[in-house]
Design a binder for this molecule. Structure first.
Ligand code: NAI
Length: 335
């Protein structure tokens, strides 16, 4: 009998690709919405589920999926999956580790350049027929210092690009990569020192118990006044109150955020009312709304991964992971 795969968070294009490559050997079912505890019955017979980041795979969901053998997330990050709970009941989890190093790094620089050269402000002005240059003077990246927190696949690409702009690069990462250090001439620093010397701070570490609120109310005052803050990693790496305080007080001269608290709910005001959203999360969402109104904050809706080429790589690897798990390929990447 064919293994049954239920896909969540897929659009029609993705559905067509997955059908083309998997329908011969698997039975497939597709949903455009995330998997939640409310709709988990839709995966009751699934041998495999495949999700993106808005499906939070919690213990109560796993309790409902008695047939499940594999969770295939079509993302690099896997903090939306309770790995311990899955492991305890023998469910494998795989991700797509290398689809978008350059893609996310390019988006990081899109945010940096938009802020350093006031592109968003200029766009709004000229759109309304106002061609005044007043208040639009930017600053050079050349000669400035960028602090990279987490120099793995994406962070290393950001370092290479920063070098292309003539920037100095400092890094905080508990694991030093000596090849990257020698080849790219970077300097590893303790976190607080990095915060105090960087003109641009960019997050590229995973979100987990060690990185939860890595930047927080205790160390935010170490940040060099006026530094740009870029987050394309995960919202929870910076304490929300530290972020709002730093933007309000001018500690951060600007912020480019592809990830932010409540990003999965902010689009769905109705959902916010019908779901029992905790008060603290409501507060974060409201604060994000307040940030949206600030001239020196640019928010993109978690699209750093979303290039044509990267999405193709995600789908290719997902098909490979699933085929490998079912035995028709030799290798798949288990977390
Ligand atoms: P990676 O695993 O290659 O690199 C992560 C780096 O962070 C490693 O060098 C690791 O040593 C370092 N690290 C771990 N703990 C740390 C800590 N406490 N402090 C500082 N550094 C620490 O991961 P990759 O592929 O570079 O992705 C990084 C993150 O980017 C992912 O975990 C994901 O959350 C996020 N991401 C966001 C996307 C988006 O669309 N916005 C798309 C893809 C990834």
């Amino acid at each position: 009998m064919k293994m049954h795969i239920v896909f969540y968070e897929v659009n029609n294009e993705e559905k067509a690709y997955l059908k083309k490559y998997l329908s011969k050997n698997f039975s497939l079912e597709f949903y455009s919405e995330p998997l939640t505890v409310e709709n988990a019955n839709s995966a009751a017979n699934a041998d495999i589920i495949s999700v993106f980041i808005f499906s939070k795979i919690t213990q109560p969901i796993l309790d409902k999926l008695h047939n499940l053998k594999l969770i295939s997330t079509r993302s690099t990050g896997f903090n939306h999956i309770n790995l311990k709970a899955a492991q305890k009941i023998g469910i494998s989890v795989c991700n797509v580790p290398y689809y978008g190093e350059n893609t996310v790094a390019e988006h990081t620089f899109a945010l940096i350049l938009a802020l350093s050269r006031n592109l968003h402000k200029a766009y709004h002005r000229t759109n309304q027929g106002n061609f005044s240059i007043k208040g639009l003077r930017g600053f050079d990246l050349k000669g400035k210092t960028i602090g990279i927190i987490g120099a793995g696949s994406i962070g290393t690409h950001v370092i290479k690009m920063a070098k292309g702009f003539g920037m100095n690069v400092v890094v905080f990462d508990p694991v030093e990569n000596h090849i990257v250090k020698e080849l790219l001439e970077i300097k590893y620093l303790p976190l607080e020192e990095l915060l105090s010397v960087s003109d641009v701070i960019s997050l590229h570490c995973p979100y987990n118990e060690n990185t939860h609120y890595l930047i927080n109310m205790s160390n935010i005052n170490r940040v060099k006044k006026g530094a740009l803050f870029i987050n394309t990693a995960r919202a929870g790496i910076i304490e929300p109150s530290a972020l709002y305080y730093a933007i309000d007080s001018g500690i951060f001269g600007g912020a480019g955020l592809d990830v932010f608290e409540g990003e999965d709910l902010i689009n769905e005001e109705n959902q916010m009312l019908s779901k029992n959203v905790p008060v603290e999360q409501m507060e974060s969402i409201l604060k994000t709304n307040m940030l949206l109104r600030k001239e020196n904050v640019i928010i993109t809706p978690h699209i750093a991964f979303d290039s044509k080429e990267a999405v193709e790589r995600i789908l290719e690897t997902t098909v490979e992971n699933i085929e490998a798990f079912s035995g028709s390929r030799k290798y798949y990447k288990v977390i």
